[in-house]
Ligand binder design. Structure first.
Ligand code: GRF
Length: 217
């Protein structure tokens, strides 16, 4: 299977970029990360790509007058690298409708909640104040509205007594690092198709047993 050429967009720490790099290492995923772009020149995350010998680019949004020009600069870099699938990994800029349309069904994102609950910012604090018993993450195809689009993979983690937004974020982040490489593998292996606005995934479903939190044991 020819490796799918992947571009990754980040803005910061890049731990999900690192998880994707590690996932692709040794051919475990039929994908090759050919470019990592940050809109933020100070993003520490690009170091993960540099260490792995992956080309990096900074497209600093502050240097472009408007969003259309910023998107055009990114598109140009992605085209030049031959990117076929785009992964957003902690990318903190809104993308223009034109950019989203160009990459429709070829752009995926990870969000640290069980969508459609808690889209947008401060998701862990909002989950805690809602009193939910499970939190988690979602990998989905990108549509215009923030954190919407066909869902590929979700991972759930329990909310525990005494959780803070930070402790919950750390637990969810571990789940992210499993969910995103899995979603990339399923897409790269051609096991995900879109019907209507649902992603149909050719993979075994999770066990049907209920996950209870709290439990009575
Ligand atoms: C992750 O929680 C991701 O779900 C969200 O932004 C965070 C990025 O973390 N979209 P990192 O830069 O991948 O470490």
């Amino acid at each position: 299977m020819a490796a799918l050429k992947v571009g990754v967009l980040i803005s910061g720490r890049g731990s999900n970029l690192r998880a994707l790099i590690d996932g692709c290492a040794g051919g475990a995923i039929p994908a090759e990360i050919v470019l990592a772009i940050s809109n933020n020149p100070d993003a520490a995350g690009l170091d993960h790509a540099r260490r792995a010998g992956i080309p990096t680019r900074t497209v600093d949004h502050r240097r472009y007058g408007d969003r259309a020009r910023f998107d055009a600069a990114m598109s140009e870099a992605l085209r030049a690298a031959g990117v076929e699938l785009l992964c957003l990994a902690g990318f903190m800029r809104l993308l223009s409708p034109g950019f989203v349309a160009t990459w429709k069904n070829r752009m995926i994102n990870i969000h640290p909640s069980l969508l459609p609950a808690f889209p947008g910012l401060d998701t862990h604090a909002r989950a805690l104040s809602a009193g939910v018993r499970f939190a988690g993450c979602t990998v989905h195809f990108v549509r215009n509205e923030t954190d919407t689009g066909p869902i590929i993979v979700q991972a759930a983690v329990p909310v525990l007594p005494g959780d803070t937004p930070e402790s919950l974020a750390a637990r969810v982040l571990e789940a992210e690092h499993r969910a995103y490489p899995l979603a990339l593998r399923l897409v790269a292996e051609g096991r995900v198709r879109i019907e209507g606005e649902h992603a149909i995934v050719d993979a075994p479903a999770a066990a049907a047993a209920a996950h209870l939190n709290p439990t009575d044991e």
